[in-house]
Ligand binder design. Sequence first.
Ligand SMILES: Cc1cc2nc3c(=O)[nH]c(=O)nc-3n(C[C@H](O)[C@H](O)[C@H](O)COP(=O)(O)OP(=O)(O)OC[C@H]3O[C@@H](n4cnc5c(N)ncnc54)[C@H](O)[C@@H]3O)c2cc1C
Length: 417
Amino acid sequence: MKNYDLIIIGAGASGLFAAGHASSKGLKVLLIEKMNRVGIKLSITGKGRCNICNTASQDEFYKHVGKNYRFLKYTFSKFYNNELLEYFANIGIKTVVERGGRVFPESQKATDVVNSLKKNILKNKGEISYLNPVKNFILKDGEIVGIEAKLGKYYGENFLLCTGGKSYPLTGSTGDGYIFAKTLGHKIIPPIPALNAIEIEGNLPKKLQGLSLKNVSISVWINNKKKKDYFGEMIFTHFGISGPIVLTISKEFSHEIYSKENMYFLLDLKPALDDKTLDKRLLREFESSGKKKVKSILKSLLPSKMINVVLAEIGLDAEKPGNQINSSERKSLKKWLKGIKLSLKSARPISEAIITSGGISLKDVVSTQMKSKLYDNLFFAGEILDLDADTGGYNLQIAFSTAFVAVESILENKKSN
Ligand SMILES: Cc1cc2nc3c(=O)[nH]c(=O)nc-3n(C[C@H](O)[C@H](O)[C@H](O)COP(=O)(O)OP(=O)(O)OC[C@H]3O[C@@H](n4cnc5c(N)ncnc54)[C@H](O)[C@@H]3O)c2cc1C
């Protein structure tokens, strides 16, 4: 007995989008959600404002995705940011573009995005079932025919698995889909945290907790070899470091961080000044300020929260007059300003990560259909796939676009049957 054309498991970004799109095309859709409301993670995205997507070109987008970006090429050729914005405009979400091409709803409310997506499903007679965690798939003669959930069994023609990753489990994304997919024979690339803060050895971060720095650079070192430089903003926390460049590092080096490789970061507080220029500047500052204390002189060079910490770290008396600072003290100060060593302790837990890296192996998915290579009527969309990208609206674009392609191929299947 096939009651539904499409059963969608998980009412997050991709599930909500897919349910609306499929039901608007006349499919009989059931969207099953384990929480008491839909889109809980979506409603906290972009600090509650929902960074829906980015105006970047596709080539630029790919630079923000890891090694798996090629998998998205077909998907984006069918449904990219312009199509997404048009879609949202049609369901009543006006958008604005902000710094870095980030697109937000004009209302600045992520909940408006969730509500519009939900309204669109209900308007098109899609069904939503709440507080109904799916437990497993029902198979008959090797074919998927239904699912078993807390509130009952449901039968359908097609199944779209949209249960997301493992981060922020209180939103409902607890990685259930990985287990379903694995049980059905798909390979799962081990899920690890990405876009996450980083724990650092020692108590320096704690001393500088809350200090946020702009225009600094961080270089990543593994086994004493420099890997890459990052420039931008960061913040010290009680356990380590966070902020935009740290999140990017945590994504690009997620495996190395997770496996606790021999890794450290050098924080350069003065990336615009090379060693020589900085030395000259320090010399000038110290010589010209006579008896002024070093702690006061440094106010023009460092945030005040950092001054006493720096001086204590290099063992320089904060009360010492500027004109008595000798060249070796100046060198220690310069060395510190250009390279604060922060040794990796560990990744923060996946529960705190913005995104999960890993998931259903793309080798098991037809990239032009988002269809399983093992079952003809099983589809995937969103973060459950082994795809992850930087912050900036890229991850939601992946969720919406993969959902679109999955639904389109289900429609195609239906036509040809
Ligand atoms: C704090 C935070 C901020 C973010 N901000 C942004 C941003 O501004 N822009 C951006 O692009 N990305 C952002 N992201 C990432 C983005 O939210 C995710 O990539 C996106 O939500 C993934 O969508 P999804 O549909 O795959 O999964 P999810 O949105 O995680 O949805 C999965 C759904 O499946 C349900 N589910 C799970 N298991 C079951 C089950 N067994 N039965 C039934 N239902 C189940 C869950 O309850 C959940 O509703 C942010 C993430 C976080 C954590």
